[in-house]
Design a protein around this ligand. Structure first.
Ligand code: TXE
Length: 482
């Protein structure tokens, strides 16, 4: 069986423990490869390599760092098919989605930061009394990048690219649930000529590798994307050590649809924003609020379209919905469907596991599910389900829907559908969310900050802001007149 290896000091090596974790193919429910069960000893080895590489890498001219990042971006693009197949097999997502979104965006992360680092500037302030202040922005040292399973290579590269572009060395830990594309990235980095030790990828469990990275006194900066509870436990360990933290956590995003929207455009995009990647994107809109004038029409059309989504083999071109990422996650999502019923919700479509074993797929499929009739404060509408499950609810006024939208502990993203420009501006100002999409969804410009408010995280990531995050500012004040 294929063994994934750690990438440490420029080499692909076995974990020190020599033990491995089973890696499952979600569509088949079968083990298909093995993941290093690394621990603090492998982290120590990676740290040694990263510390050795740092003095040279941090002083390597930006242009050279940029060229290597661009090479990595190009190699990702050249290997698009292989990477997309690996991502789909590892994660259960439709191959077409991996080809269209995940892998191109991973390549773009590297090419964007390859260019951004060249244009990154630091501030300078002239004081009238005859002094000048400027801000030196220096790489920090060894950064930890910990990423989740839902958009494996995309989120992994979103952290690594800016960290190394800024001159840091990195120890990265992909999710133990979807490690394959991170493994393939190791090979790409070797081919691109990334100097040894600049990027080290240590595979394994969060409570071992992730915890060792978080607690290590020699790792002063952590960028994490994952569940809110994990973020909380990382913050508890890192805060007393005064580490720099970027936490991109969960969401419970509202989609708010007004009567005056462009109906067809809204309907098609809302299907996508609700169910893309089986609803396993932190930006998916899982609470859909629809103004009363079009509620009944929306309910009919939406349920009809959702019922037509084809759940099946991720490799089939006609598949809209693949498998959920793991058995445990599928069970969690099913338990929320049961909870919704217990809370008085009416299942309009879906609501159950789908058995595709007749097609040789013994994995973890759930029918896309639409639920109505739930109060905005019930658990189904408050907690992150992170699966193909959405609720729909009617509303009358802007004030009413704002109360619903802002009622959760999360504040990651939101979508508004209206042709009324003033209303969209008013609403955008009042919504508690780091991102407001108006008449669109998932449109990203990497120059803008990304991230949430409230319990969706801290440390906005995006454009130059990420480069600022991965550098230490130092004020230099020069007095040139007495
Ligand atoms: O994420 P975890 P899980 C949400 C979603 C999901 C829930 C749990 O609701 O159901 O989180 O998912 C590593 N110290 N999101 O359990 O555990 C772990 O190995 C350091 C939202 O899969 O947060 C993995 O690499 N690291 C989300 C990463 O953290 C630790 C995407 C994320 O795993 C650790 C995924 C520890 N103590 C899930 N424990 C989003 N915002 O996009 C685990 N890890």
């Amino acid at each position: 069986m294929k063994k994934i290896l750690n990438y440490i000091n420029g080499e692909l090596i076995e974990p020190k423990s020599n033990s491995y974790i089973d890696n499952f193919e979600p569509a088949k429910g079968e083990v298909y490869s093995l993941i290093p069960d690394s621990d603090e000893n492998d982290v120590e080895l990676a740290l040694q390599a990263a510390e050795e590489a740092f003095p040279t890498w941090s002083k390597t001219p930006k242009e050279e760092r940029s060229a290597i990042l661009k090479k990595i971006a190009d190699l990702i693009e050249e290997n698009l098919d292989t990477l997309a197949e690996a991502e789909s097999r590892d994660n259960g997502k439709p191959l077409a989605l991996a080809k269209k979104v995940d892998i191109p965006r991973a390549s773009h992360n590297f090419s964007f930061y390859s260019s951004a680092i060249i244009h990154f500037e630091s501030e300078s302030h002239d004081m009238e009394i005859g002094a000048i202040n400027y801000t030196l922005r220096q790489p920090i040292g060894v950064a930890a990048c910990i990423s989740p399973w839902n958009l494996p290579l995309y989120l992994f590269s979103w952290k690594i690219a800016p960290a190394i572009a800024a001159g840091n060395c990195v120890i990265a830990k992909p999710s133990e649930i979807t490690p394959m594309t991170a493994f393939l990235l190791s090979d790409i980095c070797i081919k691109a000529g990334l100097p040894k030790g600049v990027l080290n990828i240590v595979h394994g469990y969060g409570h071992k590798v992730g915890a060792a990275l978080t607690a290590h006194p020699k790792i002063p900066v952590i960028s994490f994307t994952g569940g809110t509870q994990t973020g909380e436990s990382i913050a508890k360990v890192a805060a007393p050590m005064f580490k720099k933290l970027s936490l991109e956590l969960g969401g419970k995003n509202p989609t708010i649809i007004f009567d005056d929207c462009d109906y067809d455009k809204m309907l098609n995009t809302t299907i996508r924003s609700a169910f893309a990647n089986q609803g396993q994107i932190c930006l998916c809109g899982s609470r859909i609020y629809v103004q009363k004038g079009i509620y009944d029409k929306f309910k009919k059309d939406f349920v009809e379209k959702v019922s037509q989504l084809k759940v099946g083999n991720p490799n089939d071109k006609s598949t809209d919905q693949g498998a959920l990422v793991s058995k445990a996650h599928m069970e969690k999502v099913l338990s929320y469907i049961q909870l919704a019923k217990d809370e008085g919700g009416k299942i309009l479509c879906g609501g159950e596991q789908i058995d595709l074993s007749a097609k040789g797929l013994n994995g973890w499929f759930i029918a896309p599910t639409v639920i109505e009739g739930l109060d905005h404060l019930c658990r189904t509408n408050q907690e992150e389900i992170f699966g193909p499950v959405v609720t729909i609810t009617p509303f009358e006024t802007e004030e009413e829907v704002l109360t619903y939208a802002n009622s959760t502990k999360y504040g990651l993203a939101s979508s508004l559908w209206t042709e009324n420009l003033s209303r969209s501006q008013r609403m955008a100002q009042k919504i508690h969310a780091g991102i407001v999409w108006v008449n669109c969804w998932l449109l990203r410009d990497l120059r803008t900050p990304f991230g949430g408010v409230k319990q969706s995280g801290v440390g906005r990531e995006g454009g130059f802001e990420v480069l600022r995050f991965f550098t230490e500012p130092k004020n230099v004040c020069i007095r040139f007149e007495n």
